[in-house]
Design a protein around this ligand. Structure first.
Ligand code: PBG
Length: 324
């Protein structure tokens, strides 16, 4: 053999491998989703998501202390109300649980970047992300309420709002409502490419938000459609989205890549509950090395083009990344 090109020269040992490494994960890119619930008592563990709990307000401070101790810079709040109704009232009430959590967090942990999830499915008794009439999920009426929820969160201290409902026109409506209320500096991280995914199963247990009838196919994207995702994203960008979120992450690397290439905006990848549950289950069975699998999956999202990584593994990953 007479080879001139020998790719293995750059893989000889860690010194050269490190010099030519293209991607690096850092804790600064991590966002930790956190479930806050109305009511009292101990944190409620989510069975399908080992290590994840729903926190009542009285335990929020200790949960956030852990986030800060792990040096994770940002949290994304999801709320679970005690009472749900047809209008999802607790999503936009001044004393809604996410609004209360934001006030506590802003007051006690000003160094944390606070993101509020804007959606109705956790708050509606039918479990859909918008209002329902005659078995249909209404668009424009829902958008009005979502805009109210976004303003309520901004007023409570949200640094950023993240609409995850997938109604048409909500980014523009939220932008106008925020601006009118004096929050023109509050960015919107839009779930622009959110697919109707089976990977959300454990989240719906965590947030008690499974639809009581039907499914979410009339508003979330068909997992078969990449071009449609790009068209939907173009609308959100035109309406003023500051950050584009792709969800789920692991089976959607092409969407992350295309979004980054097409728009050049910051892209967030949401490493969702089902992806987390699979890794945790396989790790608990001793079938995979949890640390290596998690860091490899997150690195893959970075390689695809994600700037921000929203993940339930954030605390573990941050600690692992700081170990020598
Ligand atoms: C709904 C919402 C969902 C998730 C985030 N926001 C679930 C759904 O659309 O049913 C899923 C997150 C996850 O699976 O981790 N507003």
């Amino acid at each position: 053999m007479d080879l001139v090109k020998r790719p293995r020269r750059l893989r000889t040992d860690e010194r050269i491998r490190s010099l030519v490494r293209e991607q690096r994960l850092t804790r600064e890119q991590l966002v930790y989703p956190l479930f806050v619930r109305e009511g009292n008592g101990a944190p409620t563990p989510v069975p399908s998501m080992p290590g994840i709990c729903q926190y009542p307000l009285e335990h929020l401070t200790s949960a956030l202390s852990e986030v800060v101790a792990c040096a994770v810079p940002a949290v994304l709040f999801f709320g679970i109300p005690l009472h749900k109704d047809a209008m999802g009232t607790r999503a936009y009430a001044e004393d809604g649980i996410v609004q209360q959590a934001l006030r506590v967090a802003k007051d006690r942990f000003p160094e944390l970047y606070l993101i509020g999830d804007v959606c109705l499915c956790e708050y509606t008794d039918h479990g859909h992300c918008g209002l329902v009439s005659d078995g249909q999920v209404l668009n424009d009426e829902s958008v009005e309420l979502l805009a109210r929820a976004a303003v309520a969160q901004a007023e409570s201290g949200a640094d950023m709002v993240a609409p995850s409902d997938m109604m048409d026109g909500r980014v523009g409506a939220i932008r106008r409502a925020l601006d009118q209320a004096g929050f023109e500096q509050t960015p919107i991280m839009s779930y622009a490419a959110k697919f109707a995914s089976a990977f959300y199963g454990p989240f719906r247990q965590a947030a008690n938000s499974a639809p009581q009838f039907g499914d979410r196919l009339s508003y979330q994207l068909d997992p078969a459609n990449g071009d449609e995702a790009m068209r939907d994203t173009a609308l959100d960008v035109a309406e003023g989205a500051d950050v584009i979120l792709v969800k789920p992450a692991m089976a959607y690397g092409d969407i992350i890549y295309r979004t980054k290439q097409s728009y050049g905006l910051p892209v967030a990848a949401y490493n969702v509950s089902g992806e987390y549950a699979m890794v945790k289950a396989a790790a608990a069975a001793g079938w995979i090395d949890e640390r290596r699998v998690v860091l490899e999956a997150l690195l893959g999202m970075r390689r695809a083009g994600a700037d921000i990584l929203v993940t339930y593994h954030a605390l573990d990953a941050s600690c692992w990344l700081q170990e020598p």
